[in-house]
Design a protein around this ligand. Structure first.
Ligand code: GLC
Length: 623
C-alpha cells in the first residue's frame, strides 16, 4: 500500500508514474520536527536498506548521506554524496516500511549518525512529496515502490556482453589494436567504448577528423566482428561560434541562463562551455536529436557523462578567483595566504554558488538550478533515450553517471570514478543492492577500478564478481596502468572468466528481464529472500542474483578462501581453468577455498550454461 503526503512540492520531478491521492495528517510512522525534518526512532534491530548508489554497507544504518548529484572521483568512506540522488529507503525494524522522498533538491538522511537510535531525514526546504510504502515482505515493499516509479530500462541483448573501455584510447588504431589483442587471446568482447578523445576538441556529436577519419566504416568493420562502438557524450557544449550545436542551441535559447538572460558559461573538458537546459522539453528534444550525427554512422549505444552537471569552474567564478588571488599577491606571503590561493581555485569546482547562478526554463516556471539540481542528469538520460528509440527504432544501450529516480526508465548507470582498490569490489557489490531497490537494474562499476593502478590479482577478483553485473565494463583513467584482460601477460585466466560470463548470459539475461518486467530485483541482499533467517539478514558481502543463484566474491588482497553463508542447502559451482564442477553443500557457514582464477558461485536449482562463444553475436539468441 502507498500513502502520499504532500508538502507543496515546487516542481513535478517525473519520478512517479502513478497517481496517488494525497492523505491528510501526520506522515506516520515519522514525526515532523519543528525545522521540517522527518524523525523516526529506530529499535535496536532496525536495519535500513536503499539509497541506491550510496556507499557504506547494504544496511545503511550508522552514517549520514546527502542526496546531491556530485562529481567526486574519490569514493572514500567519509563521503556523503555520489553521482546519483536516490531517495528511497526501507526501515526494517519493529515497524517495517519504505519511504520515498520525491524532491529535486538537497536532502540529508541521518540514519543513526547523530543519535544511534534515531533517523532524521531533512530536506533543505519542505517542498516535497513523501510516499510511505508498506507490504508484507521486503520484496513486496520494493515492488510496490517500483510500481509507483515505472518499469526499468531494458537494454538490447548484446549489451550483456563484455566491454572494454579506457580514457586514453585516442585513435582508430588504438581501438582496433585493442580489438585485435582480445581476438588474438580468444577472449570474447562485445563493446569498445570511445572516451572523449574521439571528439573534435571535445565537442559533442563531432568526430575527430584525423583520429577517426571514417567512423562509419570503422563502426561497420567492428560490428562485423561482433563489437559495437559506444561513444561518450558529455553534458556541456563547447561555446564556439561556428560549431553548429552551439550556434543552434544559443540562437534558440536552449542553454541555461544567468539572471540577466545570458548563457551561463562554465568550464568542462572543452573549455568554456554552456549547459543544455534539459528541463526545458523543447531544448531536451533538440539535444536528443543531435545523437543522429552518430546513429547515422552506425552507433547504437552511448554513455552520458558529466551530467551532475560537473563544472570545473565557471567564467564568472574564475574571474572572481583571479581577482582574489591578485589581492593576495599584495599581502605578505604566509601559510594562510598560500592555502587561501589554493582553496580559491579548488572551490571553483562544482561550486554551489554557480549552481545558484543559472536557471532552467520549465513548463512549470523558471527555477534556479540549485533548487532542481538532482534532476539534471535524469533529464539528459530521458532526452537521449527518447530520441534514440526514435532514431534507432529500438532501445539503445544507454547509461549515465548522474541520475535521479525516474531515470531508471530510460537507461542504466555506472558507478563513476571508483579506484583500483580492493575495498571497491565490496563497495560495488553493496551499491548493486541499493540500486536494484531503486529500479536501476542495468548497472555496474568500472572493473579494475577507474583511478589508480590495477594489478593482475585485483582484476581477476573484480571480474569474478562483475561477471554477474548486467553492465560488465572494464574502464580506467588516463595515465593509469593498462588493465585490459590482455595487459598482464597471461590471458587464459581472464578468458575463462569472461567466457563464463557469456555462458551464463541466458540465465543472467532472463533474470534481468524478469526483474525489469515484474518490478523485482535482479540483485538482492540475502535478507530479502530469507526473511526469517537472522544470519542472512546480517550478511553484507553476498548477493542473490535472479531466482536461483548466489554470489560471494573475494574482495581481499591475497585471500585464497572465504566464509560463505548458505541460508539453505545449495550446489556449489566451481569454474577452474574453464572446467565446471559441482558440489552439494548443507546450509550454514562454510569456509570455501577460492584460489585465484577460480570462480565459485552457488545455486538453489540447476542453471543452464550456454556453450562458450567468442562474442555475443554468436551466443544463443543474444544478437
Ligand atoms: C569522467 C568519467 C570517466 C571518463 C572521464 C573522461 O571522469 O567519469 O569515466 O573516463 O570523465 O571522459
Amino acid at each position: 500500500m502507498i500513502t502520499r503526503y504532500s508538502y507543496s512540492p515546487m516542481i513535478e520531478t517525473g519520478a512517479v508514474v502513478r497517481e496517488i491521492t494525497v492523505s491528510a495528517g501526520a506522515p506516520e510512522p515519522f514525526t515532523l520536527t519543528e525545522d521540517g525534518g522527518f524523525l523516526l526512532r529506530m529499535d535496536e534491530k532496525c536495519r535500513v536498506y536503499g539509497l541506491g548508489e550510496a556507499i557504506r554497507g547494504i544496511n545503511k544504518r550508522g552514517w549520514v548521506y546527502t542526496s546531491w548529484c556530485s562529481d567526486d572521483p574519490f569514493h572514500t568512506e567519509d563521503k556523503r554524496s555520489l553521482y546519483g540522488a536516490h531517495n528511497f529507503l526501507i526501515f526494517d525494524g519493529e515497524v517495517r516500511f519504505g519511504a520515498f522522498f520525491d524532491l529535486p533538491g538537497k536532502i540529508t538522511f541521518d540514519l543513526g549518525y547523530t543519535d544511534s537510535d534515531t533517523a532524521v531525514i531533512k530536506p533543505e526546504s519542505l517542498h516535497l512529496d513523501l510516499y510511505i510504502i508498506t507490504g508484507d515482505t521486503l520484496k513486496a515493499i520494493v515492488s510496490e515502490f517500483r510500481s509507483l516509479i515505472g518499469k526499468s530500462y531494458i537494454p538490447p541483448a548484446w549489451a550483456f556482453g563484455y566491454g572494454q573501455s579506457r580514457w586514453g584510447y585516442v585513435t582508430e588504431k588504438d581501438i582496433r589494436d585493442c580489438a585485435d589483442r582480445y581476438r588474438d587471446a580468444g577472449i570474447p568482447l562485445s563493446m569498445l567504448y570511445l572516451d572523449i578523445d574521439y571528439m573534435d576538441s571535445f565537442k559533442d556529436f563531432t568526430v575527430h577528423p584525423e583520429r577517426f577519419p571514417d567512423l562509419k566504416a570503422f563502426a561497420q568493420e567492428m560490428k562485423a566482428r561482433g563489437i559495437r562502438l559506444i561513444p561518450i557524450i558529455d553534458a556541456a557544449v563547447k561555446r564556439e561560434a561556428g560549431y553548429s550545436v552551439y550556434d543552434e542551441g544559443h540562437e534558440k535559447g536552449y542553454f541555461c541562463k544567468d539572471a540577466d538572460g545570458e548563457d551561463y558559461v562554465v568550464g568542462v573538458w572543452p573549455g568554456m562551455s554552456v549547459l543544455p537546459d534539459f528541463l526545458n522539453p523543447e531544448a531536451s528534444k533538440w539535444f536528443g536529436q543531435q545523437y543522429k550525427a552518430l546513429t547515422d554512422l552506425g552507433i547504437e549505444g552511448f554513455w552520458n557523462d558529466m551530467n551532475e552537471p560537473a563544472l570545473f569552474y565557471s567564467e564568472r567564478g574564475l574571474n572572481d578567483a583571479f581577482k582574489e588571488i591578485k589581492d593576495l599577491e599584495e599581502a605578505p606571503l604566509d601559510a594562510l595566504n598560500f592555502f587561501g590561493v589554493r582553496d580559491t581555485l579548488v572551490r571553483l569546482q562544482n561550486s554551489e554558488d554557480d549552481y545558484k547562478r543559472f536557471w532552467h526554463d520549465t513548463p512549470q516556471g523558471k527555477f534556479s538550478h540549485y533548487d532542481v539540481h538532482n534532476l539534471y542528469g535524469y533529464h539528459m538520460t530521458k532526452s537521449a533515450y527518447e530520441a534514440l528509440c526514435d532514431l534507432l527504432g529500438e532501445p539503445p544501450l544507454l547509461f549515465s553517471r548522474a541520475s535521479y529516480i525516474g531515470a531508471h526508465r530510460y537507461g542504466g548507470i555506472w558507478t563513476g570514478d571508483n579506484s583500483s582498490w580492493w575495498g571497491h569490489i565490496l563497495q560495488s557489490l553493496q551499491q548493486m543492492a541499493g540500486l536494484n531497490m531503486c529500479g536501476f537494474l542495468f548497472s555496474g562499476s568500472d572493473i579494475g577500478g577507474f583511478g589508480g593502478d590495477c594489478t593482475r590479482d585485483l582484476l581477476i577478483r573484480w571480474m569474478s564478481f562483475a561477471l554477474f553485473t548486467p553492465l560488465m565494463r572494464n574502464h580506467a583513467a588516463f595515465g593509469t596502468r593498462s588493465q585490459e584482460a590482455f595487459a598482464f601477460g597471461d590471458t587464459e585466466v581472464f578468458r575463462h572468466i569472461i567466457e563464463l560470463r557469456y555462458r551464463l548470459i541466458p540465465y543472467l539475461h532472463s533474470a534481468f528481464e524478469k526483474a525489469a518486467k515484474e518490478d523485482g530485483m535482479y540483485f538482492r541482499p540475502l535478507a530479502f529472500d530469507y526473511e526469517d533467517d537472522e544470519i542472512a539478514a546480517t550478511v553484507e558481502d553476498q548477493l542473490m542474483v535472479g531466482d536461483s543463484l548466489m554470489i560471494a566474491p573475494i574482495y581481499v588482497q591475497n585471500a585464497v578462501a572465504r566464509h560463505v553463508y548458505l541460508p539453505e542447502p545449495m550446489t556449489q559451482i566451481r569454474m577452474h581453468e574453464g572446467e565446471i564442477s559441482t558440489e552439494e553443500l548443507k546450509e550454514g557457514w562454510h569456509y570455501i577455498p577460492v584460489p585465484l582464477g577460480d570462480v565459485v558461485y552457488f545455486t538453489t536449482s540447476p542453471i543452464p550454461l550456454a556453450e562458450p562463444v567468442v562474442n555475443t553475436a554468436e551466443s544463443d539468441g543474444n544478437n
